[in-house]
Ligand binder design. Structure first.
Ligand code: FAD
Length: 404
């Protein structure tokens, strides 16, 4: 079977790995327009649920991801004019470039051909394949070529955001809010490597216009943000890697397959960064697609059935997360309405921005702000992290981590 993945992001590379693991005789090619090691964005966050899945599907790459991941152990909320508060929880983060390096290396080890600097410009020029996976991201050219068939739609978020990196290492996942003369502006930041943190800045369009951020070039814009967030960055610089300010684009598609072409990851659906799950969902798409075509397909009807099964399984799984992402991004669009709440109530509102928490979460939040209960909560959650890690297939852990 010949499979071509257009796009060497997390979805494309991970699907290539899984499809090759299922059947090593498959000829699998990944086309990626960027050079190896070059990518947009900074670190991404994820949680135990993704790690559990990764260890189940390919313990070798999972162990490398686990070993490389930065482990943080609570959320910190720093809002101007309020004392610092904390939210219970732990998670992981990893540089996007590191994740792609691990997946690219694993794919090549298994015999996948990864062709970097190979941009698909004319989809009709693709070499023949039994399955073409369109995993070319939110702006998918393959999807847009048949936009009507796929029923693709793009909804643009109201707030402005910019995805920055900084050498300042935040202690843990941090939300920071500053009040300016033009309104509130905030960031979502987390360390993802020694010497590097992701720093996503967001504000309403009114604040963005009022601060003149649209009129500033990259260097002046970064300098302006550094000044606004000087109390948070310890004097360290910000880098926008040339991407500039954006509005989040929520992509949906009514159908995910067209003949032997199937959408996967951001090409099929995007999920607002406020719940930090787009990479997870893209990789879980790859797992579901690999399962759906595991036994191969005798003809086009069998392929259509397999792709239908994949799409259905993923749409069912995505629905609650899409709702959560929508509620979460809407909270940030209304953020100024919450700004006058006292510190603990403000951070609780931030944590329950999906509006789903039972009452005991409020009581737990209020009672764990002091040093002793907070430390106990962190220890308890940390024990849970390591307990869960120990249940995963540990025999692969040391063997799989490349040395040097
Ligand atoms: C600000 C921000 C923060 C985020 N933070 C998180 C987070 O913390 N956690 C998380 O899980 N997710 C996060 N995400 C979402 C995550 O980045 C995406 O959901 C994820 O990268 C989707 O993976 P993908 O493989 O589907 O697409 P992509 O990662 O976009 O990969 C697509 C690949 O296709 C290539 N490509 C495109 N067109 C062509 C072409 N014509 N020919 C060849 N190659 C092509 C691109 O170069 C790219 O490498 C965030 C997103 C944003 C915007």
């Amino acid at each position: 079977m010949r499979i071509t993945c257009v796009g060497g992001g997390p979805a494309g590379l991970y699907f290539a790995v899984l499809a090759k693991l299922t059947d090593p005789t498959r000829e699998i090619t990944v086309l990626e327009r960027d050079r190896a090691g070059v990518t947009y964005g900074w670190g991404v966050v994820f949680w135990d649920d993704l790690l559990d899945d990764l260890f189940r599907y390919d313990p070798v790459s999972a162990a490398r991801i686990w070993a490389a991941a930065y482990k943080w152990d609570e959320y910190e909320v720093r809002a101007a004019g309020k004392p610092v508060t904390h939210l219970g929880g732990y998670g992981f983060s990893l540089g996007r470039h590191k994740l792609l390096e691990i997946l690219g290396e694993r794919a090549r080890e298994l015999g996948v051909v990864v062709r970097y600097e190979d941009e698909l410009t004319d989809p009709s020029a693709l070499p023949p394949a039994d399955l073409i996976v369109a995993c070319d991201g939110a702006g998918s050219r393959l999807r847009d070529r048949h936009a009507e068939h796929f029923g693709a739609a793009v909804e643009t978020g109201r707030n402005k955001y910019i995805w920055l990196g900084t050498p300042h290492v935040f202690r843990t996942f941090t939300f920071g809010f500053e009040r300016t003369e033009a309104g509130w502006i905030w960031y979502h930041a987390y360390p993802f490597a020694d010497g590097a943190s992701t720093f996503i800045v967001e504000c309403t369009p009114e604040t963005w216009t009022g601060l003149g951020l649209g009129r500033l070039d990259s260097a002046a814009g970064n300098a302006r943000l550094q000044e606004i967030f000087k109390n948070h960055l310890d004097g360290r610089p910000l880098d926008d890697a040339g991407r500039g300010w954006l509005n989040f684009r929520r992509v949906t598609a009514e159908r995910w397959d067209h003949g032997n072409v199937v959408l996967m990851g951001d090409a099929a659906h995007t999920t607002h960064f406020a719940i930090g799950s787009g990479t997870k969902l893209a990789m879980q798409d790859a797992m579901a697609l690999a399962d759906a075509v595991a036994d191969g397909f005798a003809d086009s009807a069998a392929l259509a059935a397999a792709l239908e099964q994949y799409e259905h399984r993923r749409k069912v799984a995505l629905a609650p997360l899409q709702r959560a992402a929508h509620a979460s991004s809407a909270w940030f669009e209304r953020m100024p309405e919450y700004a006058e709440l006292p510190a603990k109530r403000f951070s609780y509102a931030l944590s329950d921005r999906r509006g789903e928490y039972p009452a005991w979460r409020y009581l737990l939040h209020m009672s764990t702000q002091g040093t002793v209960p907070r430390t106990m909560l962190r220890w308890t959650l940390s024990a849970r992290r390591w307990h869960r890690a120990r249940r995963r297939p540990a025999r692969h852990l040391s063997a799989a981590v490349p040395t040097g």
